[in-house]
Structure formats: structure tokens, C-alpha cells
Design a protein around this ligand. Structure first.
Ligand code: ACO
Ligand code: OAA
Length: 370
């Protein structure tokens, strides 16, 4: 038995949700470029869960369910108020989603119907939880979700209590579409492993949030912004990057296990970053990002992934850095739950083997003789 480090190249599941073939990403057979240009996030969530684009009545019904489920239990808000103010937002989200399951009477109902309903609930409630965490840690009261508006608009509204601009809603909506699913990435795999033991959907999503938090995965978008902040201005950029390269440090937001010739989502986020900069009449963050890309691609041959330009996009939308990865989760919960449903529809426990490399033929030594 020989292990493959990081399971590189191992095909560990069949899936009909999303695919990456020759650098082209599709959700249920629809090219991500097509969806990014034309679909709203709610349609994409429906597509991921149910395998087809919704018609008008189906989308209206889904939006109605999102509005109905978006409020979170008062008990959960009370718990979030007990979290430390200097919390890590992803740790708080992980804890809150785990607790959310306690307040769902359907949590242990493992019928397909109940699980589909829980997927919709989780999608509706994650934005409310993230906005509540953000406000409560600043000593503010959470803002109740609005009825009848999109997930992107509602989230931005719940952060500040102000009506977001049409540009901001459109940009966030497109970012949500781009982040919704990505085949067997680490967090989705974690979700599938968890529910494959026939554990519940809240446990699966809690596992996934824990996996997404790390800087080698979803946490990279915050790490990119930290780097841009550390660089500070264009004048410092070349020396900063060169030093990182000389020290053989990783440059966050670059490289990918599957894409070796570029992540198809990055160009959309790059365009969004440029357009937001032009509208704000300040393109410095965008220009710095482009220069970093030139240097890293030029010297290392590495291309930006989805996390690289999302950092400057979210910052230009006025969103705080430590909400970037929670926003990723707000989108990806659609994909996680679609994969959970798919796993459960044809389940087998996921239990690979390990190649043992420890000592052998040891004999027990009594404690006095050690
Ligand atoms: C949503 C997402 O999860 S997208 C990914 C987000 N993560 C990041 O942006 C973090 C930075 N990137 C990385 O750490 C990696 O590229 C990963 C985790 C994305 C992929 O990891 P792997 O598939 O294991 O790639 P691996 O680490 O084998 O990279 C191959 C080589 O490129 C180097 N490399 C990969 N990414 C980077 C990077 N961002 N900066 C510098 N060097 C890098 C590696 O050090 C390795 O070099 P070596 O062969 O000399 O040791
Ligand atoms: O697929 C991966 O390994 C990481 C990624 O880009 C994602 O989850 O969107």
C-alpha cells in the first residue's frame, strides 16, 4: 500500500454536480462563464441542489422559502452574544452552525425531503448568522433579515442596516455564483466524509466550515488582503514580493491543485475588481493586485486562484477582511449541501487506508523500566 500525499490525482467519488475538465469549470454542465454572466445566485443554488435551472414559479417558491427561513433563533443570537468580542469569524460561524442544528426540530430527520429542506434553511440562515456575528462583536444589535430581497442584498443590508447600492449587490451576487461549488475541494470532501457515516447535515456543514477556514483553502482570501495591507502602496510592492520569493514563502491566492493554467473564476473577479476601482475612482488595490500577478506568474509560473482578486473586490465593497471567508461559506453552503444530498442518495462510508510508516515488532516495557 503506497500513500499519495494530499490524495493528489485520486478520484474519490462520482458526482454530477460540478466538473473541472481541461481548466473549464461547469455546474451541472453549465459553463461558469455563462452562469457568471447570466445567472443569479438563487438560480445557481437551485441548479446545484435539483440538477436543473428553475422556472419562474420554482425560483419564486425558493425565494419565498429563503425569506421565510432567513431569521435565526433568538437562542442562537443570545449564544453569539456570549462569544468573545475578539473572535475569529470562521470559528464563530463554525460554532454557530453547529448550535443551529440544536434548534431545528428536523435536524435528525434523515428523509430526503427533510434534508432538502435543511439545505434551503442553511442557505437562508448562514448570511443572517454571519451578519449577526459581525455586528455583535462590534457591540451592535443584529439586524433582522428583509423579506423578498436577494441573498446578496439581504446580507449587505444586515451588515450595516443601510440599503446597499445596485453595484454592490450585483458584484456580491456574481461572487456568490463563482464560489458556489467546486467538485471535490477539501471542505466539500470533509462534508461528504462526515455525512457518509450517516451523521446529520449540520455536522456535515460544520465539518466543511472548519476545513474552509484554513489559509490553504478558503482562508486564502483574507490572507491575500493581509498581504495587500502589509504592502501598503505600489512603491513597496516589488521589494515585498521579492523578499517572499527569496524566502520561499507561499504567496496566498496563487496556485491550485487542479488548475495549472489558471482558475477560470479569477478573470471575472479581476474584472470586477477593476470596475469597482474605476467606480470608486481609486484603482490602487486593483493595480497592486495586477502587478503581484505579473511578478508571481512571471517568476514562478503560478496563476491567481479564486481567492486572489476576491480580496480586492470585497474590500472595495467596504467589507471587513475577516468576513471574506465567511462570505465564501455563504456561497459554498449551496455546494456543500448539494454534495451532502448526492452522497446520501447513494451512500457508502468513506474510509480509505493509511500506509503505515511507524516502528514495528515493539514489545511492551513496564513503566519502571522505561
Ligand atoms: C478556494 C481555494 O481553496 S483556492 C486555493 C487557496 N489557497 C491559496 O491560495 C494558498 C496558496 N496556494 C497553495 O498553498 C497551493 O498552491 C495550494 C494549497 C492551493 C495547492 O497545493 P498543492 O496542490 O499541494 O500544490 P503544491 O504545494 O504541490 O505546489 C507545487 C509547487 O508550487 C509551489 N507553490 C504552490 N503554490 C504556491 C504559492 N502560492 N506560492 C509559492 N509557491 C507555491 C509549491 O511550494 C510547490 O513547490 P515545490 O515543488 O518546489 O515544493
Ligand atoms: O478546488 C479546490 O481545491 C479549491 C477551490 O478552488 C475551491 O474550493 O473553490
Amino acid at each position: 500500500m503506497t500513500a499519495t500525499k494530499g490524495l493528489e490525482g485520486i478520484v474519490a467519488a462520482t458526482s454530477s454536480i460540478s466538473s473541472i475538465v481541461d481548466g473549464v469549470l461547469t455546474y451541472r454542465g453549465y459553463d461558469i462563464d455563462d452562469l457568471a454572466a447570466n445567472a443569479c445566485f438563487e438560480e445557481v443554488a437551485y441548479l446545484l441542489w435539483f440538477g436543473k435551472l428553475p422556472n419562474k414559479a420554482e425560483l419564486d417558491q425558493l425565494n419565498k422559502s429563503f425569506s421565510e427561513y432567513a431569521p435565526i433563533p433568538d437562542e442562537l443570537i443570545a449564544q453569539i452574544k456570549l462569544y468573545p468580542r475578539d473572535l475569529n469569524t470562521m470559528a464563530a460561524l463554525r460554532s454557530a452552525v453547529s448550535a443551529l442544528g440544536l434548534y431545528d426540530a428536523q435536524a435528525e430527520d434523515d428523509s430526503q425531503e427533510a434534508n432538502e429542506n435543511k439545505a434551503v434553511k442553511l442557505q437562508a440562515q448562514l448570511p443572517t448568522i454571519v451578519a449577526a456575528i459581525s455586528r455583535i462583536r462590534e457591540g451592535k444589535e443584529p439586524i433582522a433579515p428583509k423579506q423578498g430581497v436577494s441573498i446578496a442584498e439581504n446580507f449587505l443590508y444586515m451588515l450595516t442596516g443601510e440599503e446597499p447600492s445596485e453595484t454592490a449587490v450585483k458584484a456580491l451576487d456574481q461572487a456568490l455564483v463563482l464560489h458556489a461549488d467546486h467538485e471535490l475541494n477539501a471542505s466539500t470532501f470533509a462534508a461528504r466524509v462526515t455525512v457518509a457515516t450517516l451523521s446529520d447535515i449540520y455536522s456535515g456543514v460544520t465539518s466543511a466550515i472548519g476545513a474552509l477556514k484554513g489559509p490553504l483553502h478558503g482562508g486564502a482570501n483574507e490572507a491575500v488582503m493581509k498581504m495587500l495591507n502589509e504592502i501598503g502602496s505600489k512603491e513597496n510592492l516589488e521589494a515585498y514580493i521579492q523578499q517572499k520569493l527569496d524566502n520561499r514563502e507561499k504567496i496566498m491566492g496563487f496556485g491550485h491543485r487542479v488548475y495549472k493554467n489558471g482558475d477560470p473564476r479569477a478573470k471575472h473577479l479581476q474584472k470586477m475588481s477593476r470596475e469597482l476601482g474605476e467606480q470608486n475612482e481609486n484603482t490602487e488595490l486593483y493595480e497592486m493586485s495586477v502587478r503581484i500577478e505579473e511578478l508571481i506568474t512571471g517568476q514562478k509560473g503560478l496563476r491567481p486562484n479564486v481567492d486572489f482578486y476576491s480580496a480586492s473586490v470585497y474590500t472595495q465593497l467596504g467589507i471587513q477582511r475577516d468576513l471574506f471567508t465567511p462570505i465564501f461559506a455563504i456561497s459554498r453552503v449551496s455546494g456543500w449541501t448539494a454534495h451532502i444530498l448526492e452522497q446520501l442518495a447513494d451512500n457508502r462510508i468513506i474510509r480509505p487506508r493509511a500506509e503505515y510508516t511507524g516502528p514495528t515488532t515493539q514489545k511492551y516495557i513496564s513503566i519502571e523500566n522505561r
